[in-house]
Design a protein around this ligand. Sequence first.
Ligand code: GAR
Length: 219
Amino acid sequence: MSAPIRKKRIAILISGRGSNMVSLIEAARAPDYPAEIVLVLSNRPDAAGLVRAREAGIPASAIDHKAFPDRARFDAALQAELEAAGVELIVLAGFMRILTDAFVEAWAGRMINIHPSLLPLFKGTHTHERALEAGVRLHGCTVHYVVPELDAGPIVAQAAVPVLPGDDADTLSARVIVQEHRLYPAALALIAGGGAVLDGGRVRFTAQERDAGAAILSL
Ligand code: GAR
């Protein structure tokens, strides 16, 4: 019998509905998934995702950013919760609060994000509207490491979708989110399981994962 795998301890940070969080929680139920979700935190007490996390049996709490005088003190409160839970890797899933450079540096190489565009195109907000305005034929989502510059960190994985005639931001975002739910659990498994490693500011797949077809994630 093989020894049980050591699972990386993950915190998911959210601000809203938490559909990516749910896809991660569901994936992490598999016995051979290399990560476990130990904590969900939201900067908004009214985030619907908090309820969904608790329904799934995951400890979930809000740290209301409005209760803090500045970003540094909000981030310090976040840090305390993460340390108390023994978190090893932070997964941002629709977390819409800018973190201080100091916090990001402290978690360098240990914090990832999903962004609803094919980075480096369309950093920031309103990505679906801007993709439509630009007339691109392909759009999608990106999982990347977090660095102080917004949406600029090393890319782990991407998934692409077509932009179809007649699309509006709602139809396009609905097509992208299906891929987000597929991509994020796969990318987290790659990182937590050691199949993807940071190497000189780029993400490299290990030989084992290349053989296993992990590069297919880069659609
Ligand atoms: C997702 O589309 C995610 O990519 C995006 O917010 C949505 C959250 O949905 N994130 C960003 O825009 C980050 N800049 P969810 O709460 O249902 O997962």
